[in-house]
Design a protein around this ligand. Structure first.
Ligand SMILES: Cc1ncc(COP(=O)(O)O)c(C=O)c1O
Length: 346
């Protein structure tokens, strides 16, 4: 069993850093005259800086997700949270992270931007996680393991017991990206935060909630990890528009989101049935997400033919374990029907 020492994982410069203190940090109360932030006093509806701590939005999210507000960090998309995790924990040119492949590309891109070594392991041919492969790849400077469940691009959930093993045996952080959690009926890893101080869970409003354009990613972790992310984030990383719109959507659209999820899951099953009838489809991988990974006879040619007919899917054929695979997002009934019509005429 490992010892968990958060302080030993944090970069020394981040420990020493004196964070930026914004006008809204230095005076937080109500007042009649605000002359402290060099804003334009004439109203556009957007002339004042937003709450740098996104308090109202975090309270709403904490309630829905059943966590404490100090366990919530909000980023300009989950992509910002991923980048900030690298900047808090990984010393450029020295530390490493483990990224079992194939998975979402931004973990590797953020590692590259931050000059952090990427150690890759490979999921099984059915895209499952083998804890022993990951444990064997750990090096002295390995700070984080990035897992995505349900996994992009395969759509399956990773084995709970493998993630459990990593959480209890790795002395660094285990990041579980749950961007597609709303499409599953399994409990989120947020329910295990109290047990594992080294667990970081990412979620997003970009998928089931239908708010990709707002750029709102959520990170749930121990309050000390959240405090570190807050310490280095740009002061006003979530715009006022995003905070207001997201809060309104969370308050109004929860049952709408559930309806969308039900519809998307129904459409996913229908799409599967119809794809099986298309001659070019060789295999459809099981999915707990809002997309299907589909092996076809020749992914590059079929991708181009779909583009020519105005249907855009994602060619994943250059990705490990995904030879000749297309990743197809589940659309509306009309969109899916158009895709099937085109595919069956190829
Ligand atoms: C696994 C995964 N994580 C994160 C993201 C991006 O989320 P956001 O829009 O919050 O940056 C995606 C988007 O495709 C994704 O597939």
């Amino acid at each position: 069993m490992k010892e968990f020492d958060l302080s030993a994982l944090v970069r020394e410069n981040i420990k020493r850093l004196k964070p930026y203190s914004s006008a809204r940090d230095e005076f937080e109360g109500a007042a009649s005259v605000f002359l402290d932030a060099n804003e334009n006093p004439f109203g556009t509806g957007h002339n004042r800086y937003p709450d740098p701590h996104q308090r109202k939005l975090k309270e709403a999210i904490a309630k829905i997700k059943n966590v404490a507000t100090n366990q919530v960090f909000l980023g300009n998309g989950s992509d910002e949270a991923i980048d900030l995790l690298f900047r808090v924990f990984c010393e450029p040119g020295r530390d490493s992270v483990i990224i079992p492949q194939p998975t979402y590309g931004m973990y590797g891109v953020s590692a590259g931007i931050n000059n952090v070594e990427i150690i890759t392991t490979t999921l099984t041919p059915t895209f499952d996680l083998q804890a022993n492969d990951v444990l064997a790849a750990i090096k002295p400077g390995t700070k984080m393991i990035f897992l995505c469940s349900p996994n992009n691009p395969s759509g399956n959930q990773l084995s709970t017991s493998a993630i459990d093993t990593l959480l209890s045996q790795f002395s660094g952080l285990v990041v579980v990206d749950e961007a597609y959690i709303d499409f599953t009926s399994t409990p989120s890893w947020t329910t295990r935060l109290a047990e594992h101080k080294n667990l970081v869970v990412l979620q997003t409003l970009s998928k089931a909630w239908g708010l990709a354009s707002l750029r709102l990613g959520m990170c749930f972790a121990h309050p000390e990890i959240i405090a570190l992310l807050n310490k280095i984030k740009p002061p006003y990383n979530i715009s006022g528009i995003a905070q207001r719109e997201a809060l309104a959507a969370l308050q109004k659209n929860q049952s709408q989101k559930e309806k969308w999820v039900t519809l998307i899951k129904e459409q996913r099953e229908k799409l599967k049935t119809n794809l099986r009838k298309a001659g070019c489809v060789k295999k459809i991988f099981p999915s707990d997400a809002n997309f299907l990974l589909v092996e076809v006879s020749d992914a590059k040619i079929i991708y181009q033919q779909l583009v020519q007919r105005g249907v855009i899917v994602r060619d994943r054929s250059n990705v490990i374990l995904c030879d000749n695979c297309l990743r197809i997002t589940v659309g509306t009934e009309e969109e899916n029907t158009k895709l099937i019509q085109v595919l069956t005429t190829l």
